[in-house]
Design a protein around this ligand. Sequence first.
Ligand code: PMV
Length: 320
Amino acid sequence: MRTVSTKSAICEAHSKLILVGEHAVVYGKPAIAIPFPLKVRVIIQKAVGPIMFESSIYTGPIDKIPAKMEGIKACIEETLRYANQPFENLRIRIDSDIPLGRGLGSSAAIAIAIVRSLFSLFEQKLSKEHLFSLVQIAETYAHGKPSGIDTVAEISEHPIWFQKEKEIVPLTIGRPLYIVVADTGRNGDTHTAVDNVRKRYASETAKVQNSLDEIARIVELAREAILNGDIYLLGDLLYRNQEELKILGVSDDELNHLIDIARNEGALGAKLTGGGLGGCMLALGKSLEHAEVIAKRLMDSGASNVWYFSTEENILYSPK
Ligand code: PMV
């Protein structure tokens, strides 16, 4: 009789916020992302038989995994092949606080926590580069041709400056940022949004190119504002970035509505975050107290969930 030890491993990953530069980053422009303290935990146990999944989306054997989780399956297959382990004898449980499909990078975070747990279970060393390439297998299923910003931002514990195929630069924040995140409650559709920008680029090249170039300028200025602690300039840049995202066609009425609410509450800046067409928006407050006021208003104005935090303490609050 075959025996399998009952060893287990638990690993976590955090989500991310794209502060400025989403979509343009797909075209090689820079973007800035910061860690967002919503987390996913993955527990992997050795257990005889086919690989079994337990999660809020799907519970059952891996060969019956739903199409939207195919990327996770491919990522596990490749990780096990690399670790020289059979594709069996595992029980994988996913506990995630990160809402799915809301531009917060849930798919990359799940894949990161799974790959980390598998390497920990098999007591093998995992470099950041290898973690990135394994997670990108899942991301390619989820997003088509991802820029890689989600994975890099979620592997990092610091804000990052990201540009495809260039060195990742950790950013220092000159003064704490007080950030509110509101969820429209509707799944964002990154795949469709990225596709729409591509189609628009083909039909209105000059206009879209202009927006992409403007976003790149905004991101450059945002880096300076972050380093210098100039939250007023940063806020203004967030609003300007949102105008360009509207031109690219990736915002929608509900996101625009929540952004207007934040502006009316005196937010220094606000924009959608992530792929758009649903999903989440973020706003910049003057202080933690101000962030709480904005958060309450967003909650009362139809957001399905709202969080706020300071980049200094990285603790997540919800409005009461
Ligand atoms: O996964 P999301 O929804 O946070 O979007 C990622 C950011 C995009 O720029 C829209 C796509 C990409 O691959 O960079």
